[in-house]
Design a protein around this ligand. Structure first.
Ligand code: AMP
Ligand code: ZN
Length: 471
């Protein structure tokens, strides 16, 4: 079966056929974090989902070019910088670094490109210039440049591709300069914001005077710079559908850089929001969690990731600490089962269990149905446990299970931190060493430890059991 998922642009579940057809290449852009503060776990629901999409495309043989921007200039950031004595970069670099630490703790693969908006000012200015040339953007009296929805539509282009807009309520001539204006507003939006005293030192020269870019234009410029004027897949949380993504389409298609008949983006994929303890996250409600808060409470990035990946991306998901404890138990069952497989395989090798992989493929190809995928995985765990309990788990069968798991774990991004990347045969040696210690055969355990050491891996004994760590 081919991969199918819900395309916000067509409002239907569609088969994924990349623009390059048979080439098996896919360009993926996901709107990245605004580095004004530590990202919260709601933000990470979106990023973990984008990571799953990338991993799944790679599992299916696509060569993916994954781009995620860093929004390091917008209203909130400028407001915060104004309260410090430092520069914009002084302020944002701390949160940018923290973001990537958390991102990595959650097992997300580093995107191939992570452009910062402030490093792409030239491309942003050039794109605004093209919109002005085409008569779709205009300079207002204060030196700011706005996108004209009326002029865009007058060129026969469509505003309102991602959602139906009520143009009756549209008030032409109205404009908004805030990056965070009310969603209902269908108004001209700022592409370039003229410098005002509150901006402090945050401004750049441009043909329209000193100022800074609006938030929406940043993503149009960065995505097209790195993926070309037409690319396959654009992601983000559902709150970005309007106005951010609608405006991205308008700016990108308004500049007319696409080949005839080609869209800016073929598939738009949006993830639903995360609620915490049933409510929208807010600092005053005390239900606001960052990844680092949860790590400080003793949870692991792998447990958080697993929990985030138990819910379908189109359903809002209620995150609870109880849910996180249940995630720990589920992963414990999984890891215990893998331990049994390694023990039973005793170093044997076999091709991956095709049935297991097929079930995973059927589930994830079906609009990223993670519930069905986990259902199949835990059914498999139950079977293995039954076989192991009755002494019927054969080495070849165990090895086939392990080989399948190695592929699954890569697709889901659930490698165990320290053990991540350790070859299967060394994990088997680790199991043998654990068994030797249990049986009080300490000499043999030491020999096996040395064997691992000479292969470049150290054993680390933790309260949760022994792990391998690269030397
Ligand atoms: P921001 O840093 O605010 O620009 O947001 C980064 C990403 O997180 C965007 O794709 C948002 O749509 C997404 N996002 C924000 N809040 C949530 C939430 N509660 N649940 C899921 N995604 C969210
Ligand atoms: Zn964006």
């Amino acid at each position: 079966m081919a991969l199918r998922f819900f395309n916000t642009l067509s409002r239907s579940v569609q088969e994924f056929v990349p623009l390059e057809g048979d080439a098996k290449r896919a360009g993926l852009y996901c709107c990245g974090p605004t580095v004004h503060d530590f990202a919260h776990i709601g933000n990470f629901r979106t990023f973990v989902f984008a990571d799953l999409v990338r991993r799944w495309l790679e599992f299916k043989g696509y060569s993916v070019r994954h781009v995620m921007n860093i929004t390091d200039v917008e209203d909130k950031i400028i407001h915060r910088v104004a309260q410090t004595n430092g520069s914009l970069r002084d302020y944002t670099s701390k949160y940018e670094a923290a973001f990537f630490e958390d991102f990595q703790a959650l097992g997300c693969l580093r995107p191939h490109e992570t452009p910062r908006a402030t490093d792409c000012i030239a491309e942003i200015i050039s794109l605004i210039g093209k919109l002005i040339e085409r008569g779709t953007a205009y300079r207002a009296a204060d030196g700011s440049v706005y996108f004209s929805i009326e002029k865009y539509q007058a060129r026969g282009l469509r505003y309102g591709q991602l959602l139906k807009l009520n143009f009756e309520e549209m008030r032409p001539g109205q404009r908004v300069s805030s990056d965070e204006y009310a969603k209902e507003a269908v108004a001209d939006f700022a592409l370039w914001k003229a410098r005002v005293p509150a901006d402090g030192g945050v401004f750049w020269p441009s043909p329209w005077g000193e100022g800074r870019p609006g938030w929406h234009i940043e993503c149009s410029a960065m995505s097209m710079k790195l993926l070309g004027p037409s690319f396959d897949l654009h992601m983000g949380g559902e709150d970005l559908i309007f106005p951010h993504h609608e405006d991205e389409i308008a700016q990108s298609e308004g500049a007319g850089l696409q080949a005839p008949g080609r869209p800016f983006v073929k598939y738009w994929l949006h993830g639903a929001h995360l609620l915490v303890e049933g409510k929208k996250m807010s600092k005053s409600l005390g239900n606001y969690f960052t990844v680092r808060d949860l790590l400080a409470q003793g949870f692991t990035g792998r447990e958080i990731r697993y929990l985030l990946l138990t819910a379908h991306y189109r359903e809002s998901f209620n995150f609870t600490l109880d849910g996180l404890r249940a995630a720990r138990t589920a992963l414990g069952r999984l890891d215990e089962c893998l331990g049994k497989l390694r023990e039973a395989a005793a170093g044997a090798t076999a091709p991956p269990d095709g049935n297991m992989l097929q079930q995973l493929t059927d589930s994830l190809d079906d609009d990223f149905n993670v519930s069905a995928a986990w259902g199949a995985i835990f059914e498999w765990v139950r079977n293995i446990n039954r076989l192991a309990a009755s002494g019927k788990l054969l080495p070849g069968q165990a090895a086939a299970g392990l080989a399948a798991w190695q592929k699954i774990v890569l697709a889901m991004g659930l490698e165990t931190g320290e053990t991540a990347g350790a070859p299967q045969e060394l994990l088997a040696v680790l199991e043998q060493r654990n068994a030797a210690r249990k049986a009080k055969e300490f000499k043999r355990a030491d020999v096996l430890r040395d064997q691992l050491k000479s292969a470049g891996w150290a054993i680390e004994d933790t309260p949760k059991g022994a792990r391998l760590k690269r030397l």
